[in-house]
Design a binder for this molecule. Structure first.
Ligand code: FE2
Ligand code: FE2
Length: 477
């Protein structure tokens, strides 16, 4: 038997008990694989190596079963512990395995030498085998039940996911920029354990209601596809503006609107208590992380209920904004607990905002696609009449959207036609996104009653310096 050359990283090397050596096992397997590809069945070379590997495994399985060998970022791990090895050939061995798409080999007690031989041949032939069937199924088909192979699906895929900025990078409305900065400071203060200042919140609500909401440019930037990963503070500002839009449409009075803006601004404040690597984690969360993430609702309720000077519904909205109109969602508040109408408004705005924003693992969706998703959630999760109100208010092609028309031209939406929301007024732009012609009403028809032009889709500006303000008249304050 080969003397083990590897030891667990950081472990004393003087251990009297022989250490299970994953590198020796991998080496034995790699050699056997090559031999089965070169020599016929029963060849003495194959038989000898098989017997050696069999013996090695038997010794190790007597100490520990199953043997779990994983290759994580190029390093060999045994039972989740990294191994260091002086052997030069280890790197090559590992590369060989990874090139085959294998990151994991688990071997259970009772493994027969015939199974080892089958595995070696399978590893030799696997490049030619049809893709699509799991390793498990293919090995079982060949009578191998004590060995399993695995492909590592990295949980942290950030290294290969697209990196987005955390806030708008191009020219943005100055009041909108100020509100983002104030929200950032507020959230960071709470994250660092300081008390939420209700006076700052009140100032921010005023700024949002009386300045940002009156800027066409800001609203269009919030409604359009967002090429940044708006994690919490930008998201919160955006959700509050979208909630205000819905609130105005359903005829809430100014005082209730102010309460709505405050509640929506702080709906995700509980995320300041969740570790950032969980909040930012791309892709699916495991059960424990999901439970932790979901607790931002109860954390939010707690933070807000302890803050003096806030409006009474603000903690409730933070608690309820992930609950559905059919009494589901989280947190569990008991059957039939239907969220407050204010929470229902925030839910619609929250989902639209999340879908049209970027994530490391997904590109932002266009407004029209986001509207279709909202429509699908209406009735089950979201209040149907609020979804209708919102979709009608923003139209499929919000002001400021960059769109492609049937004339294969790019254009910026500058006005919408309330009677014909799918046919807005646009300004043509060239490939550099500079104005390239006069305003054009796509609702106009020919004498035969046909549209001269349709808007096909929203497109993402290819430059982040695209400034919609050039195209939009600002509304009087
Ligand atoms: Fe949330
Ligand atoms: Fe949210």
């Amino acid at each position: 038997m080969t003397k083990p050359t590897a030891t667990p990283a950081g472990a004393p090397t003087t251990a009297a008990v022989p250490v299970c050596d994953p590198v020796a096992i991998l080496k034995g397997l790699a050699t056997l694989r090559r031999l089965t590809g070169t020599y016929p069945v029963g060849h003495p070379m194959v038989e000898q190596r098989l017997a050696e590997l069999d013996e090695l495994l038997r010794q190790h399985l007597a100490q520990t079963s199953p043997i779990r060998i994983d290759v994580v970022r190029g390093a060999v791990h045994l039972d989740g512990i990294a191994f260091s090895s002086e052997s030069q050939s280890t790197g090559q061995l590992v590369q060989e395995l990874v090139a085959l798409g294998i990151h994991s080999i688990h071997i259970a007690d009772g493994v027969a030498s015939g199974e080892l031989l089958t595995l070696a041949r399978y590893l030799w032939e696997m490049k030619e085998l049809p893709a699509g069937t799991s390793y498990e199924a293919q090995l079982l088909e060949r009578g191998v039940s004590h060995i399993s192979l695995g492909r590592l699906v990295p949980l942290d895929t950030r290294w290969r996911a697209q990196q987005w900025q955390e806030r708008p990078t191009g020219p943005i409305d100055p009041d909108y920029a100020e509100s983002i900065m104030m929200a950032q400071q507020t959230f960071e203060q709470v994250a660092s354990g300081r008390t939420l200042q209700s006076a700052t919140v009140r100032d921010l609500v005023q700024l949002l209601m009386f300045k940002v909401a009156r800027s066409n440019a800001a609203l269009s930037q919030i409604l359009a596809v967002k090429q940044y990963e708006n994690l919490t503070y930008c998201h919160s500002v955006n959700v509050s503006m979208l909630s205000l839009l819905i609130g105005r449409q359903v005829g809430l009075d100014e005082d209730t609107l102010a309460a709505l803006v405050e509640a929506s601004l702080l709906h995700d404040i509980g995320k300041t208590r969740i570790p950032l690597d969980v909040v930012k984690k791309p892709g699916a969360l495991d059960k424990q992380e999901r439970r932790l993430m979901e607790s931002h609702t109860t954390f939010g309720g707690e933070i807000l209920v302890q803050t003096d000077g806030l409006r009474p519904l603000t903690p409730l909205v933070a608690l309820e904004h992930h609950r559905t109109v059919t009494g589901g969602g989280y947190p569990d508040l008991g059957d039939g607990a239907i969220p407050h109408p204010m929470s229902q408004i925030v839910s619609v705005a929250d989902i639209y905002e999340a879908i049209t924003g970027a994530r490391t693992y997904q590109s932002p969706a266009s407004p029209e696609r986001a509207c279709l998703i909202l429509a699908r959630l209406a009735g089950e999760k979201l209040n149907t009449s609020l979804v209708k109100t919102f979709v009608n208010a923003i139209t499929f092609f919000p002001i400021g959207s960059l769109v492609r028309t049937t004339q294969e031209r790019l254009a910026v939406v500058v006005r919408t036609n309330p009677a014909d929301p799918l046919h807005p007024v646009v300004v043509p732009v060239n490939d550099q996104l500079n104005r390239d012609g006069d305003e054009f009403d796509t609702a106009l028809r020919t004498d035969a009653g046909e549209y001269r032009c349709h808007v096909l889709e929203t497109v993402r500006p290819h430059v982040d310096t695209f400034d919609v303000r050039e195209f939009l008249p600002s509304l009087a304050a």
